[in-house]
Ligand binder design. Structure first.
Ligand code: NDP
Ligand code: OXD
Length: 329
C-alpha cells in the first residue's frame, strides 16, 4: 500500500485503483490539488474505513466492496463500462469524467481521421514510398456526410468541428437530440436511415448491454455501398466491445462497390486490448490503428475536477456527470 498526503487526517481518503497507467503523475496531481487529503493506492490488510472516495480505471473486482465507508466512485475515464465489470460493485453514486481537455483531444482524433480519409492520406503515403506523382479524384468536405454514432459530450463536439470544416453531419443517439446544423436520428427505428445517409461512420458510443457488438455484419450491410470516397469508412473510438472484428475484416475484403464492403477503417479501440500481435488488423493495408489513444485522460485536467467534486459533495452540493446504472452510461 502507498499513502500520499497526511495520515491521521479526518478528511475522507481517496483510493486510487487504476490498472495499466503510470500512477506517479496522478498521485502528484492529487497531492497538489488535495494536499490535506490522503490517497491510498492499493488497500491491503483489513478494510479501510477512512477511504470514502475511489478514483478507478479497470480496478481489481471486489476491491471497492471491501471499503465499508465508500461514498462515491469516480471513473478517471469518460467511459464507465470498466466499472460495471465488477460483480461486487457497491451501491454508491458513480461519476464520470467530462472535461474540455478530453473532449478536445477526441475531436482532434476524429477530425484527423476524417480528413485523412477525405484527403487520401493512405494513398499519398504509399505513393511517396514509391516516388509516384499522381493526383486522384478529390471530393471536398461538402461532398461527404459524416455520421456520428453517439451524440453525447464527445460526439456533439466532434459534430460541431466537422461542420465547421464544411462536412455534412448526421448523428444517432438513444433519445432524440437537437444539434445545430446536424441531422439527428434516434433509436433503433432510425438506425437504418442514419447508416444509409453516412459516407463515414464515426462510433462514439458507450459500451452497454444495448450497444455491445453493434458494429457487426448486419450494421455494415446497411452502410452505403458507394460513396464519394469509393466506399464507406468506419472510425471507432468508442469501445472495442462495440465492434465484431471478424465482421470488419470480412467487410474490408469484400469486393469494392458491393453492399457490406468497407473501404477503410480507423480503429482506436479493440475487442482485446492491447490488440494481440497476431491480429490480422495490424497488417491490413486499409486499417489505421491507434492504441486506445484517441483521448487520453490527463491528470492535470482531471484530478482538480475530481477533487472539486469531492469538496462540493462534502459541502452538500450535488455531484455532476453522474452515471445512470440502468442505461449503463
Ligand atoms: P455520453 O454519455 O456523453 O454520450 C453517449 C452517447 O451515446 C449519447 O448520445 C447516447 O444517447 C448515445 N447512446 C448510448 N446508448 C445508445 C444506444 N443504445 N443507441 C443509440 N445511442 C446510444 O458519452 P461521451 O460522449 O462522453 O463518451 C462516449 C464514449 O467514448 C465513452 O463511453 C467511451 O467509451 C468512449 N471514449 C473513448 C476514448 C478513447 O480514447 N478512445 C476516450 C473517451 C471516451 P443519448 O444522448 O440519447 O443519451
Ligand atoms: C475513456 C477512455 O473512457 O480513455 O476516457 O477510453
Amino acid at each position: 500500500m502507498t499513502i500520499t498526503g497526511p495520515e491521521g487526517n479526518p478528511k475522507g481518503r481517496i483510493l486510487y485503483a487504476v490498472t495499466g497507467w503510470e500512477p506517479a503523475n496522478w498521485l502528484n496531481e492529487f497531492a497538489r490539488a488535495a494536499p490535506d487529503r490522503a490517497v491510498v493506492t492499493a488497500p491491503d490488510g483489513p478494510p479501510d474505513p477512512s477511504v470514502r472516495y475511489a478514483a478507478v480505471w479497470k480496478h481489481p473486482p471486489g476491491i471497492l466492496s471491501s471499503l465499508p465507508n465508500l461514498q462515491v466512485i469516480f471513473s478517471v475515464g469518460a467511459g464507465v463500462d470498466h466499472i460495471f465489470l465488477d460483480p461486487d460493485l457497491p451501491d454508491v453514486p458513480i461519476v464520470r469524467i467530462v472535461a474540455d481537455d478530453l473532449t478536445a483531444r477526441m475531436s482532434e482524433y476524429v477530425v484527423w481521421q476524417v480528413l485523412d480519409h477525405l484527403r487520401h492520406g493512405r494513398l499519398f503515403r504509399e505513393q511517396q514510398a514509391k516516388h509516384i506523382w499522381a493526383e486522384p479524384n478529390q471530393p471536398s468536405a461538402a461532398d461527404i456526410t459524416v455520421g456520428i454514432m453517439g451524440l453525447g459530450v464527445l460526439g456533439t463536439d466532434a459534430a460541431h468541428k466537422l461542420r465547421h470544416l464544411g462536412f455534412n453531419v448526421t448523428g444517432w443517439s438513444r433519445t432524440p437530440k437537437q444539434v445545430d446544423g446536424v441531422t439527428c436520428h434516434a433509436g433503433n427505428a432510425q438506425l437504418d436511415a442514419f447508416l444509409g445517409a453516412s459516407d463515414i461512420v464515426v462510433v462514439l458510443l458507450p459500451l452497454t448491454q444495448d450497444t455491445k457488438g453493434l458494429v457487426n455484419r448486419d450494421m455494415l450491410m446497411k452502410m452505403k455501398p458507394v460513396t464519394p470516397l469509393g466506399g464507406p469508412v468506419l472510425i471507432n473510438a468508442g469501445r472495442g466491445g462495440l465492434q465484431v472484428e471478424a465482421d470488419i475484416l470480412a467487410a474490408l475484403d469484400r469486393e469494392e462497390g458491393k453492399r457490406g464492403a468497407l473501404m477503410a477503417a480507423s480503429l482506436d479501440v479493440f475487442e482485446t486490448e492491447p490488440l494481440p500481435r497476431e491480429s490480422p488488423l495490424w497488417r491490413h493495408p486499409r486499417v489505421t490503428i491507434t492504441p486506445h489513444a484517441a483521448a487520453s485522460s490527463d491528470p492535470r485536467h482531471l484530478v482538480p475536477q475530481i477533487v472539486r467534486q469531492i469538496e462540493d459533495f462534502e459541502a452538500g452540493r450535488p455531484l455532476q456527470n453522474l452515471v445512470d446504472r440502468d442505461t449503463g452510461y
